[in-house]
Design a protein. Structure first.
Length: 150
């Protein structure tokens, strides 16, 4: 089991290196990207006048689950950390503020050298959006079928 886990770790490390060679851009880790995206989606939903604003708010709320899970798994208060990170990003305008899992007292992920490959983060956002679209399509089909009387 230890050897198999070591093989998986080496494979994961090689994939990370491959991704960085293909696209060397990085984004902040520590849930900072998700918080920044959630704030942007929430801000756009406030300007939306149609019923779509509710799905936008739900998507922003779903994005918050990643940094909240990170805070909880680090033994921190998830709600408190999320409030602090959102407040810090909003007041400073710096999207690099994330969850301080190591409890260094620094929330700027650039200063902590906590990064993620931009390619993998874009892929995660793209896949999450596709899953939501598929679920909504399935729900729409089921709802339409319920309305048909035999």
């Amino acid at each position: 089991m230890v050897v198999d886990e070591a093989k998986r770790c080496i494979h994961d490390a090689n994939c990370c290196v491959r991704n960085l060679i293909r696209d060397p851009r990085v984004v902040p880790g520590g849930g900072a990207s998700e918080v920044a995206a959630a704030l942007a989606v929430q801000g756009s939903s406030d300007k939306e006048q149609t019923i779509e604003q509710y799905s936008m708010r739900a998507f922003a709320s779903a994005l918050d689950s990643v940094p909240m899970a990170l805070a909880e798994n680090s033994g921190l208060s998830p709600i408190g950390e999320m409030a602090a990170v959102k407040a810090k990003q909003t007041t400073t305008g710096n999207p690099w503020h994330g969850v301080d899992c190591m409890e260094l007292g620094i929330t700027d992920m650039w200063e902590q050298s906590v990064y993620e490959a931009c390619a993998s983060k874009c892929s995660q956002f793209r896949l999450a959006t596709q899953v939501v679209k598929m679920i909504l399509k399935i729900d729409d089909v089921i709802t339409s079928a319920d309305g048909i009387e035999e």
